[in-house]
Design a protein. Structure first.
Length: 178
């Protein structure tokens, strides 16, 4: 049993890092690279509704997260760095919180303030429409979307090399002629 305990701890931590939230059968569609990213409505932290099609023409890092997801919190400063690096080159981050229930918007506002996030942050609609549309099974999950609104890449969980890979993918898309 003593030998088994460290292995069980490792597996538990790996599962936590890989996916904070399991959405299971709720997914209606899974957005795979090359598929068009149709519009859906997001709710700003100010309560204003925004259609995702408003970001067409930009390369977008669509980030699904939650305030209670530790890997999401760990990734946030790196995503902020990516945003700062490319925001003036036709790129943006669209972060979508999967926090639910009373007080969710207030918790997300505090999270954004505490982490110094300046990229656009939204709440998913009450039915989790964006998460369902993209087939989100765990958090964090990111999609890189090209200027035409097509999914170019999908990343689930958090790994040391993933953020570098995302930067390379974004740079490649930004270099493509409009």
């Amino acid at each position: 049993m003593r030998r088994l305990f460290p292995l069980l701890v490792f597996i538990a931590l790996a599962l936590q890092i890989t996916a904070c939230s399991q959405k299971g059968n709720e997914a209606e569609k899974t957005q795979q690279p090359g598929r068009s990213s149709s519009s859906f409505t997001l709710i700003g932290l100010d309560g204003k509704k925004t259609g995702f099609d408003e970001f067409k023409g930009k390369v977008v890092l669509l980030e699904f997260f939650a305030t209670w997801c530790y890997p999401c919190e760990v990734a946030a400063p790196d995503i902020q760095h990516i945003y700062n690096k490319y925001k003036d080159k036709g790129f943006t981050v669209v972060a979508v919180s999967e926090d639910e229930g009373p007080g969710a918007a207030a918790a997300v506002k505090k999270y954004v303030q505490d982490l110094g996030i300046s990229y656009p942050v939204f709440m998913d609609d009450a039915k989790g429409g964006a998460a369902k549309h993209y087939g989100i099974f765990g958090l964090p999950t990111s999609f890189i979307i090209d200027r035409e609104g097509r999914v170019a890449a999908k990343h689930s969980g958090l790994s040391p090399d993933m953020l570098n890979e995302m930067s390379r993918e974004i740079e490649t898309l930004l270099k493509k002629p409009q």
